[in-house]
Design a protein around this ligand. Sequence first.
Ligand code: ADP
Ligand code: MG
Length: 503
Amino acid sequence: MAELTYTEPKPKTIAGAKGDWELVIGLEVHAQVASKAKLFSGASTKFGAEPNSNVSFVDAAMPGMLPVINEFCVEQAVRTGLGLKAEIKHYSAFDRKNYFYPDLPQGYQISQLYHPIVGEGEVLVDMEPGIARKVRVERIHLEQDAGKSVHDMDPNMSFVDLNRTGVALMEIVSRPDIRGPEEAAAYVAKIRQILRYLGTCDGNMQNGNLRADVNVSVCKPGDYEKFRETGDFDVLGTRCEIKNMNSMRFIQQAIDIEARRQIAILEDGGHIDQETRLFDPDKGETRTMRSKEEAHDYRYFPCPDLLPLRIEQSWIDTIGETLPELPDAKKARFVIEYGMTEYDAGVLTADITDAKFFEGVAKGRDGKQAANWVINELFGRLNKEDLKIGDSPISALQLGGILDLITKGDISGKIAKDLFEIIWNEGGDPAEIVDARGMKQVTDMGAIEAAVDEIIAANPGQVEKARLNPKLAGWFVGQVMKSTGGKANPKAVNQIIAKKLGL
Ligand code: ADP
Ligand code: MG
């Protein structure tokens, strides 16, 4: 498998009154498992259903109801672990995390504290071509989502919607290896990209499908390197956790604001209390949600209703065989196989459907040209109309057909753009359209010569000037293209003009 080389980015520093500070960030990403049914019940996970319509007796925690593990959710967690190059545990178990909240009818959340299903992995976070940060993943565990309390429907009452109760989440916990706000957003973006490739999470942040708790601390230059050498957390600053971030922009803003808050306190001689905070984007501040003293004691204990999971290596291997080519590998292959830049390869592999479309166009053709057309013409046009690749009125077959006509010399790049436009609006077979509408490029040398002669004869003044300044030959090219309706083969036109003007 091909790999691209990269160097690590510099950590973000913030200049304080008493010198520079560095940021240390660890993320807990909660990703909803793509599954039609919930983690321990057969109820549907469909988004946007009538409140409380997707609730089984298990989800509602009716007395005597017992959870039954959904094997597909376990498979999805294993697939995710493999996609993050992580160790899949042959033994894992569920624990109860006890707390009271109106949207949690069980009175506890079933999670995996002591024996998570996935252990150490890693994610390569791309910052720009050639620059990437390797972030270690500490663990992934499976857990249930809670319901939703609705406070804004009535001035005197709150409501509870249990549709989300019991939906499977994967909590992906990173090591504190992220070194700046942009890196944090890029990390979440990379996780989302990988999960979408794997088909294990839709990654729709607006629907709360993917959200992150962000842990931030600050330290002095050199401290982080000491931490990496010794593994000693005490050389790092005290962290604060900002809960439930569901937008890339807010993640970046919150980290920057929180780091500056901590720096101001430390430079003032104060110390940071480990606490959970909330980000208020309107006020541009983070504020205390609960301090360490108020931290919940969840009284974790192994869930007596569920047997531990024992996963056979053969099952892991079977799942491994179904993994798609992942973003890093695909990007590297695109660079090598099609000779495109890493930047272009990044654009084309951002989404697996985009990548598939591109390869449909590029197969057996000039990869660089295909990349240009897909990125500039097709993606440009799709963006303009706010469409996704799946809605493209031009298929990979049609776009490939346009490129074939350019390669054969039947049409120029300029005519190809007109043809693109026609097919975008009306559909049809590229070659047939070119024939039917007389769009074929004139490569008949005699015809081009005649057009050149005519223009030279009509413009003796320009001929004089061009002989002294060969750059002006371009004017003749323009005139010939105009007189042939853009259909003259530009290469032939250039050659004939140069010959006739004696350049
Ligand atoms: P908790 O159970 O309290 O959430 P974890 O050990 O699970 O604690 O850690 C939560 C997250 O905090 C992890 O992503 C970890 O990398 C991160 N983290 C730990 N120490 C620091 C620190 N000093 N600065 C920033 N992030 C940290
Ligand atoms: Mg945590």
